[in-house]
Every structure is written in structure tokens, then in C-alpha cells.
Ligand binder design. Structure first.
Ligand code: ARG
Length: 408
């Protein structure tokens, strides 16, 4: 004898089936608790359904590269005035903003003092609203590298929490991050734009160090993301077996070939350059970083177009925190401008991201059996991708966090 449960129904004008690349007209989605139990086209709409007239239903959006505990106005030396505890509270606000803008799942790739783990646990406990977040703890990299803190002279002894030199030290850092609750590992394979005294084109972690990290992480069942702008660092990260390369700015044919051969996913933040170059100075970004961005941004867009053309696996990764949280979706129109179809851009931020996380049974599409992470946008994103910047309705795990449609 089965107990009757009250289902929640959502009706809308259309639904994007991201796996099959199809549009379903007049869908009715039934949700039991936090799971989707049916998706019907043109069916009867129950009286108590949430009617999102004029809207398109899409799976909850997934951003595979953010830093919720950081803000777009505290760059450079301003960062030094912010404690790790304070940054966790910053994260609470940014988690809510991100969820309300339609992102129901995120990867947080690098946070000081395990503030990201506190944030994830607070969201999961229901203390604060936020996306499902998968977090790395401190990013692992070399002394003086992109993931170290290079802002102060030696007498202050400032060292980034993930600094490690040598394969065994890197393995120890992986173990330490997992001990304190990391879901995945972030490595810094090259220099970067925002860090002081590093060169984006130059490799940092050695091949042997990245191999050690990947072996240790994969043995423990967790994935590895590698920050890499420069060509040699990208190739070394791929050969070491990382699951995703972040930024991937200076791709060449060989790097693209290797990514395809190894099934490596690219997460390319092709919007952020616009913010850095227009607002960066006011936001405290170091002059040297502005100079580096002028060398990186344009090349990254070309690399993006080449990678899309070659059919490399891609996910949506914005690097929000460098630019304001809540504006993540601005990247969609750039992804289309630089070569993706709207459907590909939507797949990058849903089903492809779910696969990268190994969570495609639960996340990434509106399908029977999956968790009820459902977003509604005005109009059809396959015709106008920019509607993703105007999310009206957000359900995460069966719970409604936003409904601006005016219809209930
Ligand atoms: N966190 C990255 C770095 O500092 C940001 C790069 C932003 N620029 C870009 N064109 N994607 O290297």
C-alpha cells in the first residue's frame, strides 16, 4: 500500500531537452519531493501547478569555475585586509546571488582557509540558500606561483595554503585537502593574470608533481582541475591526466589533439577579460595584471573558437569573483559569439558539467529520476541566448528559491 504524496507540477511554454537537443512544447514536469517523476508534452495541467506562462524550462545552470568567497571589488592588495572567516560570510551572500541567477550547481576552485568547505556545509545543512557546491579547498601550486600569496615581502612570511614543492609534498597537500573535506582538487599548472610576479605563459607545477597529484586524487575518487594558460603547462596537465583544464588560453593544435585524445574537458572563461579591462583598475587589480590580461584575453578567445571547431569537450566556467557574482550568465552570449551554437552553450553549462562531476545520474537535464533543479527564462534561449541573463524562476532540489514570473 503506497501512501499518497502531493506532487508539485510545473507547466511552461517549452522545455529544452539538452541531452537530445530537442524542444518540448507545453511541458508539464511532475516532482515528488526532490526528484523529477515525469515530463510530459502537452498534457493536462493540474489546477495547483506552477504555471510559468511565456517561459522556457531549462535544467539548473552549472558553473564549473567560481570563487564564491571572493569579490570583484577586493582585488590586489585589498584582499590582504580580508580574513578567511570574513570571506566565508562573503561566500554566503554570493551563494544566494548565484542561486537566484539560475546557477543551481557550482565548482568552487580555490579558497583560503577552507572557507569554501564551511560554505558548502552551511548550504547543505540548510542554514543559508545557495547552489550545490563542489569545493577544492586551497589550490595547490608551487612556491611563488599563481596559487601562492606573493603580495608581501619575506618578513611577513605569507604563504598560500596550498603551496607544495615536489611530488611527495604535492601528494601530502592533496591528502590534507581531502582530510579537511575537499570534494575535488585544484592545481596551478602555470602562472596567471591576477597573481603578482607570475607569467601566464610559463609552466609552474612540473609534470611529475601533477602526475603525483592526479594519482593521489584519482585513487581517492576525486577529480582534478588545473589552472593553465600557457601551452606547455596545458599539455603537461593533460598528460598528467587532469580532468579539466581551466582558462586554456594559449592552445595550439597539439594541445587540442591531446585534449581530444585524453578526453580532457576545457573550461574557458571568455567573458571575464571584458570586466578586467574595463573595471579592473577601479577594482584594485594590479597594473601588471592589467598588462597581462591584454596579452591573454584575445588569444583565449581564438583558442576557444579553435577548440569548439575541433570538438573538444567544453564546460561553462566563468571565474566569477574576478567579475561580480550573479553576472555569470553574461558569458553565454560570448560563447555563442565565439563559435558555439546556443544549444552547445547550454549543454556546456548543464549535461557536460554534470558528466565532468560524475553526477549525470542526478544532475544536468530535466529527466525522470534526476534531482529537481529547474530554471525558467523568458523566451527561447535557442533563439536568443541572452535570455539566460534574465532567470525568472529557480527550483533547486525540489524547493522554489525564486519566482519572478508573477504567475504561481
Ligand atoms: N584567475 C585567472 C588568472 O588570474 C583569471 C584570468 C582571466 N583572464 C582571462 N582572459 N580569462 O589567471
Amino acid at each position: 500500500f503506497q501512501q499518497a504524496t502531493a506532487l508539485t507540477h510545473i507547466a511552461a511554454d517549452r522545455l529544452i531537452d539538452v541531452e537530445r537537443g530537442e524542444v518540448i512544447d507545453s511541458p508539464v514536469v511532475a516532482i515528488d519531493g526532490n526528484r523529477i517523476v515525469s515530463v510530459q508534452a502537452g498534457g493536462e495541467v493540474p489546477d495547483d501547478a506552477i504555471r510559468l506562462t511565456g517561459s522556457t524550462l531549462i535544467p539548473g545552470l552549472m558553473d564549473m569555475h567560481v570563487h564564491l568567497t571572493g569579490d570583484a571589488h577586493t582585488h590586489g592588495y585589498r584582499r590582504l585586509a580580508i580574513s578567511n572567516v570574513r570571506s566565508a560570510l562573503t561566500g554566503a551572500r554570493n551563494a544566494r546571488i548565484s542561486l537566484e541567477s539560475g546557477f543551481t550547481t557550482m565548482r568552487n576552485l580555490g579558497a583560503a582557509g577552507y572557507a569554501d568547505i564551511a560554505l558548502r556545509d552551511a548550504i547543505n545543512a540548510g542554514d543559508i540558500p545557495g547552489p550545490r557546491i563542489f569545493v577544492s579547498g586551497p589550490a595547490i601550486g608551487i612556491t611563488g606561483g599563481h596559487c601562492d600569496n606573493n603580495l608581501l615581502p619575506a618578513e611577513y612570511a605569507a604563504v598560500g595554503g596550498g603551496v607544495a614543492d615536489g611530488p611527495w609534498a604535492v601528494r601530502a597537500k592533496v591528502r590534507e585537502n581531502l582530510k579537511y573535506g575537499a570534494d575535488l582538487i585544484k592545481l596551478c599548472a602555470t602562472g596567471g593574470v591576477m597573481s603578482k610576479g607570475t607569467e601566464p605563459g610559463a609552466q609552474q607545477l612540473a609534470l611529475e608533481e601533477m602526475q603525483a597529484a592526479v594519482t593521489e586524487a584519482h585513487n581517492r575518487g576525486v577529480i582534478v582541475a588545473a589552472h593553465a594558460h600557457g601551452t606547455e603547462g596545458i599539455k603537461a596537465a593533460i598528460l598528467a591526466g587532469v580532468d579539466s583544464v581551466e582558462h586554456a588560453s594559449f592552445l595550439d593544435r597539439e594541445a587540442i589533439r591531446l585534449a581530444k585524445k585524453h578526453g580532457t574537458v576545457l573550461s574557458m572563461d571568455v567573458y571575464v577579460t571584458e570586466y578586467i579591462l574595463s573595471e579592473g583598475e577601479k577594482a584594485g587589480i594590479l597594473p601588471e595584471s592589467l598588462e597581462k590580461e591584454r596579452r591573454v584575453g584575445g588569444r583565449q578567445r581564438e583558442s576557444f573558437s579553435e577548440a569548439v571547431e575541433a570538438g573538444v569537450k567544453m564546460v561553462f566556467g566563468s571565474d566569477a569573483a574576478v567579475y561580480p557574482h550573479g553576472q555569470n550568465a553574461r558569458q553565454f552570449s560570448r560563447m555563442v559569439q565565439f563559435g558555439m551554437t546556443p544549444l552547445q552553450a547550454l549543454q556546456a553549462s548543464t549535461i557536460n558539467a554534470a558528466k565532468l562531476l560524475g553526477k549525470e545520474r542526478d544532475l544536468g537535464s530535466i529527466d525522470v529520476g534526476k534531482l529537481a533543479d529547474i530554471v525558467a527564462v523568458p523566451g527561447n534561449p535557442l533563439e536568443d541566448i541572452s535570455v539566460l541573463e534574465k532567470v525568472q524562476f529557480v527550483m533547486k532540489d525540489g524547493e522554489v528559491f525564486k519566482n519572478n514570473t508573477g504567475v504561481y
